[in-house]
Design a protein around this ligand. Structure first.
Ligand code: DX5
Ligand code: ZN
Length: 221
């Protein structure tokens, strides 16, 4: 399984060091949570921070847009150096157009859904997607508890993915830690986002080792 640490819970006053430590520890992607205070009740950052992160790492940048009408900013995030751009199904009446635009910009396209959104939201677009992101908390904040029903949703989404587009990666986001990483792996997640479990007051290398040890205990790798 791939790990994508979210910088949301990193010490932003030393972001460069945090990312370098994560890269040295062996994480796979860097996950960037963009919030607009409207789609979610929190504000974070925009393309200028993505651009700054681009300058300090060669890892794929996985940009998760929690903003309304994300089509307004796709070009900006592409130019800032995003590799994967994920929009929320609930954030635009034109998710199909947004996904097409991301692909036109030469980037990998993701679609995300919230915990209350039916999985059927993925059906029409799955054949077009590089990434399907299942939220396992309500988006907006790091450090929330994993919603247990997410495991069954992930299992069903995996079946849908296997049938419609086996090349699409399944990503799970929210509340992933030593106690939940095994079950999301068994349910079919290819990529786990982890914020507070990786970026906290302990070294990210130690945190990653523990997370991987918990995963191996479930037969994962
Ligand atoms: C939530 C974000 C997540 C979150 C993950 O809105 O999309 O990426 O920061 O943080 P943890 O792992 O602490 O739940
Ligand atoms: Zn996220």
């Amino acid at each position: 399984m791939r790990f994508a640490p979210s910088i949301l819970t990193a010490d932003l006053s030393r972001l460069k060091e945090a990312i370098e430590e994560a890269e040295a520890a062996g994480v796979d992607w860097i996950h960037l949570d963009v919030m607009d205070g409207i789609f979610v009740p929190n504000l974070t950052f925009g393309p200028i921070l993505v651009e700054a992160v681009r300058r300090v790492t060669a890892l794929p940048l996985d940009v998760h847009l929690m903003i309304v009408n994300p089509e307004r900013y796709l070009e900006d995030f592409a130019q800032a150096g995003a590799d994967i751009i994920t929009v929320h199904f609930e954030a635009t009446p034109h998710a199909h157009r947004a996904v097409q635009r991301v692909k036109e910009l030469g980037k990998k396209a993701g679609l995300a859904i919230n915990p209350a959104t039916p999985l059927a939201a993925f059906e029409a677009l799955l054949p077009e997607l590089d990434l399907a992101l299942l939220m396992s908390v309500n988006p907006g904040f790091g450090g929330q508890r994993y919603i247990p029903q997410s495991t069954e949703r992930l299992r069903r989404l995996k079946a849908m993915r296997d049938a419609l587009n086996p090349g699409c990666l399944l990503e799970v986001d929210g509340g992933i830690n030593r106690s939940t990483v095994g079950e999301v792996y068994l349910a079919g997640a290819d990529v786990a986002v982890a914020g507070s479990a990786l970026f906290n007051d302990r070294p990210v290398g130690e945190n990653l080792r523990e997370l991987k040890a918990a995963l191996y205990a479930f037969g994962g790798g």
